[in-house]
Design a binder for this molecule. Structure first.
Ligand SMILES: [Fe+2]
Ligand SMILES: [Fe+2]
Length: 133
C-alpha cells in the first residue's frame, strides 16, 4: 500500500473527495502490482490509472471553468505537469517493463505531489466552488 485515504485532506466539495478516494484506491492497487513485479497486472492497471487521473483532472477543470475560479490556470498547470510525468513514465514503462520505475515514481513523486496538490490547490478550488455538484 502506498498511502491511506486519510493521508490527503478532505476538501469542501463532495465530488472532489470522491475522486480523490477512488484515485488513492487505484494507485494502491497499481503500487501493489509493481511491488509484486506482476508485469501483466501493472500493464492492465496502468491503463486504469491513466483513465482515472484524466477523469479526476478534467472533472476539476470543468468545475473550475463553470464557477470561473480565479486560480484556474495555475491549478490546471499543476495538472499538466503531472500529465506530462505520467506520459513520460508510460513511455519508459513500454520500453522497459521495469516495475521499479513505477515504484520510484509513486513513492518519490506522485505520493508527495497529490498530498500537496490537494492541500494547496484542490482545497482552495473547493472553497470557491462550494458543494453544489
Ligand atoms: Fe484533485
Ligand atoms: Fe487538482
Amino acid at each position: 500500500m502506498l498511502m491511506e485515504r486519510t493521508d490527503v485532506q478532505q476538501v469542501s466539495n463532495a465530488m472532489m473527495n470522491m475522486l480523490h478516494a477512488e484515485e488513492i484506491d487505484i494507485i494502491n492497487d497499481f503500487h501493489d502490482a509493481a511491488l509484486a513485479k506482476d508485469v501483466e497486472k501493472v500493464d492492465e492497471l496502468f491503463a486504469v490509472v491513466e483513465f482515472d487521473v484524466e477523469d479526476h483532472f478534467s472533472e476539476e477543470e470543468q468545475m473550475m471553468e463553470e464557477s470561473q475560479f480565479y486560480g484556474m490556470q495555475m491549478h490546471k498547470s499543476e495538472h499538466d505537469t503531472m500529465r506530462g510525468k505520467l506520459k513520460k513514465l508510460r513511455e519508459n514503462w513500454d520500453k522497459t517493463k521495469n516495475p521499479e520505475l513505477v515504484i520510484r515514481f509513486l513513492e518519490d513523486d506522485f505520493k508527495h505531489w497529490i498530498v500537496l496538490h490537494i492541500s494547496r490547490w484542490d482545497s482552495e478550488t473547493a472553497m470557491h466552488i462550494g458543494d453544489t455538484n
